[in-house]
Design a protein around this ligand. Structure first.
Ligand code: GLY
Length: 336
């Protein structure tokens, strides 16, 4: 641990202790202003979130809002050539890439999302425009694409990319014979910002389940499933198999767990344990969560062993491992 990292850790720890002293129940959350003037903290899913976090941090340092930081960070991933985010994402069963995204702003509890959009280079920006320019929360399919174009976003012709689809299908069959319809790469970017005023914003963006039935929508654009931000408590977001997240409003669960006083890591882990107690698949769920609370504590947990997530502050930027639940729980033969 470097000196600056250690200092940040100690700052966070003492802030957390102070918060614990006053209690983190729903009626005792310290107001944002009492927590103000700490450095910002940005978390995101996977290692590829790290450059997105760093751009988000620069956006804040240049005077942008938490919402601007979320949008800029995710836009970077959307054009990075990622195979499950943006137009470079894997296509659906008809050979067309359909994208989902959502965004939330803590102050005012605002939300916007788009689902099943085709040809939209930056679905996160389309989600923000839905939030800011319409009375709605969610637009889907052709309507969402039309809206994005009307608002001046780049929307490409979505003619089926036959060549890359065939190459992808061939690779799928080679790597997992008989399982061409299973998701092979499912790495949503979910990014959450806590700014120096103690305000939160978050977003996520994905091409979802590769080879999905056209029109399938995952957890990512569903508020409370792929993402949830409550400016009094914290924010949480998901990556993994959306079907196993959206049936449980899982990100909402994580935030509510933090409201009850759990640490971000424990809040993620408890949501997974609760889902696994109900779900016929048990811990075989392929779901991972990140979370950050109002005090700037952060954490992650997943059924995937060593689920990586990225954390960035003005003092450090690194990829960490979330708490791994799947194998440990299965070995113990039960759900805790
Ligand atoms: N988590 C992304 C999806 O399942 O679509």
């Amino acid at each position: 641990m470097t000196e600056t990292t250690r200092r940040t850790f100690l700052q966070q720890t003492s802030l957390a202790s102070a918060a614990a002293t006053v209690g983190i129940g729903c009626s005792t959350i310290p107001p944002a202003k009492r927590l103000a003037k700490r450095g910002p903290v940005i978390i995101s899913t996977w290692g590829f979130g790290k450059p997105a976090n760093e751009l988000a941090l620069r956006t804040l340092q240049d005077g942008g809002s938490a919402l601007d930081a979320v949008e800029q960070g995710i836009r970077l991933v959307e054009v990075s050539g990622n195979s499950s985010v943006g137009l470079s994402g894997k296509p659906n069963a008809a050979g067309v890439t359909q994208l989902d995204a959502c965004i939330m702003n803590g102050p005012g509890h605002q939300a916007g999302s788009v689902a099943g959009v085709e040809g939209v280079a930056h679905p996160i920006s389309a989600a923000r425009l839905v939030m800011e320019k319409t009375p709605h929360v969610m637009l889907v399919g052709r309507g969402a694409g039309w809206f994005a174009k009307e608002e001046g976003l780049k929307v490409l012709d979505t003619a089926k990319d036959e060549a890359s689809y065939k190459a992808w299908l061939a690779a799928q069959k080679k790597s997992s014979p008989g399982n061409g319809d299973k998701p092979d790469n499912h790495d949503t970017v979910t990014l959450i910002v806590l700014d120096t005023n103690g305000d939160l914003a978050g977003g996520c963006s994905t091409s979802g389940w590769s080879g999905k039935i056209p029109g399938r929508v995952g957890d990512s654009p569903i508020i409370g499933s792929g993402l949830y931000v409550d400016n009094e408590v914290g924010g949480a977001g998901a990556t993994g198999l959306g079907e196993n997240v959206m049936r449980y409003c899982a990100s909402y669960q994580v935030v509510e767990n933090m409201r009850l006083g759990m640490s971000p890591t424990e809040a993620c882990a408890e949501a997974i344990r609760r889902i696994a107690r109900t779900d016929p698949a048990g811990m075989d769920l392929a779901i991972n969560f990140i979370a950050i609370n109002k005090q700037g504590e952060f954490g992650a947990a997943g059924t995937q062993v060593n689920f990586p997530y990225s954390v960035t502050t003005p003092d450090f930027s690194e990829v960490r491992k979330g708490q791994a639940l799947g194998l440990a729980i299965q070995k113990e033969g039960g759900n805790e």
